[in-house]
Ligand binder design. Structure first.
Ligand code: URA
Length: 240
């Protein structure tokens, strides 16, 4: 692959822009400055450095973020900031999309990718990839509420009751809920159907991959092949 094409594929701008950056001496290949945009590079293990910042070549981009409250999962947010504003320009340029959406006031594990097949697998209810949420409620979490969530609650526009895969009380007003689907406002609607109300909502886990404890709100991180395997782990093996 030509160097300028490698740069373009990683989101570093137009063909013309990438050629110009190489000619200007702003690009290093595996640590060595290279000013010929036509140089052949091997994508396997390729490390590109642009203006002193190193980027490993990635065929597809897979990223996780600790979504903060007050950000919308949209390129054109209506009332808040966009989660995309927290990602670096090359990721936006290569067209990463949210893998499912979280509400603006929901925090926690959010994925992005430019791999359409991966996005489809992750959000397809048929794949049975569980998502675990922690919700604090306005009213105490009762046994009756937990039973209702386990057995299934009726939601508007849903033909059949929807049940949580698992549901546990963490403290008087907090519960942990495991869902197989990702329907619109699903956690809030399920909890509202029991007569309670969600005050805060946080996604902890997708598949068997948890939000890293050391990643602050607003932070993002690349996902490696082992992470992707954990993410795609179907329930119930994801439980262990
Ligand atoms: N369920 C909700 O109600 N909101 C979210 O953001 C995610 C799941």
């Amino acid at each position: 692959m030509k160097l300028y094409r490698a740069l373009q594929s990683q989101g570093f701008g137009s063909r013309k822009g990438c050629v110009a950056q190489v000619r200007a001496g702003a690009v290093a290949v595996n640590g060595m400055v290279c000013d010929d945009p036509e140089t052949e590079v091997d994508p396997a293990g390729l490390e590109l450095t642009l203006d002193g910042v190193a980027w490993a070549f990635r065929e597809k981009a897979y990223v996780l973020m600790h979504k903060p409250s007050g950000y919308e999962c949209s390129h054109h947010p209506s009332h808040h900031l966009s989660v995309f504003s927290l990602l670096p320009a090359p990721l936006l340029q290569r067209g990463v999309q949210c893998v499912g959406r979280l509400d603006q006031d929901t925090t926690g594990l959010l994925l992005f990718s430019d791999d359409g097949q991966f996005i489809h697998r992750m959000i397809s209810p048929r794949k049975g990839i569980a998502k675990i949420y922690r919700a604090t409620c306005a009213e105490p979490v009762t046994d009756a509420m937990l039973d209702a969530l386990r057995q299934g609650v009726a939601l508007n526009d849903e033909p059949a009751p929807i049940a949580a895969l698992a549901c546990d009380r963490l403290d008087a007003r907090t519960l942990r809920l495991t869902l197989a689907e990702g329907k619109y406002h699903q956690v809030k609607r399920m909890i509202a159907a029991t007569g309670n109300r969600v005050e805060t909502l946080h996604r902890e886990t997708i598949g068997s991959h948890a939000l890293p404890a050391d990643l602050p709100p607003g932070g993002w991180r690349w996902l490696e092949p082992a992470d992707l395997q954990q993410l795609e782990q179907p329930w119930p093996s994801a439980r262990s």
